[in-house]
Every structure is written in C-alpha cells, then in structure tokens.
Design a protein. Structure first.
Length: 163
C-alpha cells in the first residue's frame, strides 16, 4: 500500500503533496469515524472540532498499514468501512467516500485484481478513487460489487429520519 496511495506518484509532474496529505487526512477521519462507531455501537459523526484535531495530526505511513492489518484480521471492521463508504456516498460526501473505498480496495481486493474484475486499467481505478476522482455510476457500482463479493456481504440502503 505505502506509496501507491495519494493523488499522484512521486516524481510525476502532477504530484501534489498537499492534496495527497489532505486525502490522507480525510481517510483518517473516515476510518476513525467507523472505529469510534464500532466501539460505541453507534454511527455518530465527530463534531467539527474533532475533525480539525484530526486534520492537524502528524502524518505517518503507519496508518495505511494499520488499516490493512485491521481489515484483514477483523471482518466486522471491513464491513463497517464498506458500509460507511456507501453511506458517505449516499449522504453527499463523495470525496471522503472515494478515499475510504480506496483504502478498503487496497486492504481487500487490491487494484490489480480489481482491474481484472472490472475490466478497467488499474491506473484508471486509482484515479477514480482519488481525492479529485469522478467515477461513473457504472464504475462505482462495479467497484462496490467487487469489494462486496470479496467480503461476502450484500449492501442494503435504508432511509432514516434526519436530525
């Protein structure tokens, strides 16, 4: 996983370190939200103050490895990440949803296998799930389907009364 995540590859002319760091922080926020919800048994979102605290934390590469390890040893966590990613998309937060889904793809299917499953180039899939990605509904459905199959789960959407 390591250097393969982010908005560009090191040495590439379009590499934007600030954007990559921002995407990394967004993934941290989404993963912490899922982990907190699992620990408390709810799907409560952190306050904006909590988000600012996370956004100012020091960046480390260990986060990606931690997510991969947790997903591989804890199927409930993997399912919660998939659920949170779908929920983020449906609730109008596509950027955070794409970044979280990218982490989940890295931890489960991998982009090369996903490319074979979706008949799309791995590089295109990386771009689709980047901070500025814009996957079509068909591509997004194919990505969710591949991860869903790997986790051996289904997805079910439901409406809830807004707060």
């Amino acid at each position: 996983m390591g250097g393969s995540c982010g908005t560009g590859a090191k040495g590439h002319k379009d590499y934007d370190q600030e954007a990559a760091a921002g995407g990394y922080r967004d993934s941290v926020v989404a993963a912490r939200r899922v982990q907190s919800a699992q620990e408390s048994g709810t799907k409560k979102r952190p306050s904006s103050g909590a988000r600012n605290t996370v956004n100012n934390m020091a960046l480390t590469r260990d986060f990606n490895h931690t997510v991969v390890a947790r997903v591989r040893r804890d199927p409930k966590f993997a399912r919660a990440l998939l659920d949170e990613s779908a929920t983020l998309f449906l609730n109008g937060e596509p950027e955070a949803a794409r970044l979280l889904l990218r982490e989940l793809v890295n931890a489960t299917v991998g982009f090369e296998t996903l490319a074979q499953m979706t008949d799309k180039p791995a590089k295109s899939l990386h771009r689709m799930l980047s901070r500025s990605g814009n996957p079509s509904m068909d591509n997004l459905a194919a990505i969710f389907d591949a991860v869903r199959h790997r986790l051996k789960v289904g997805l079910k959407a439901q409406t809830v009364k807004a707060a």
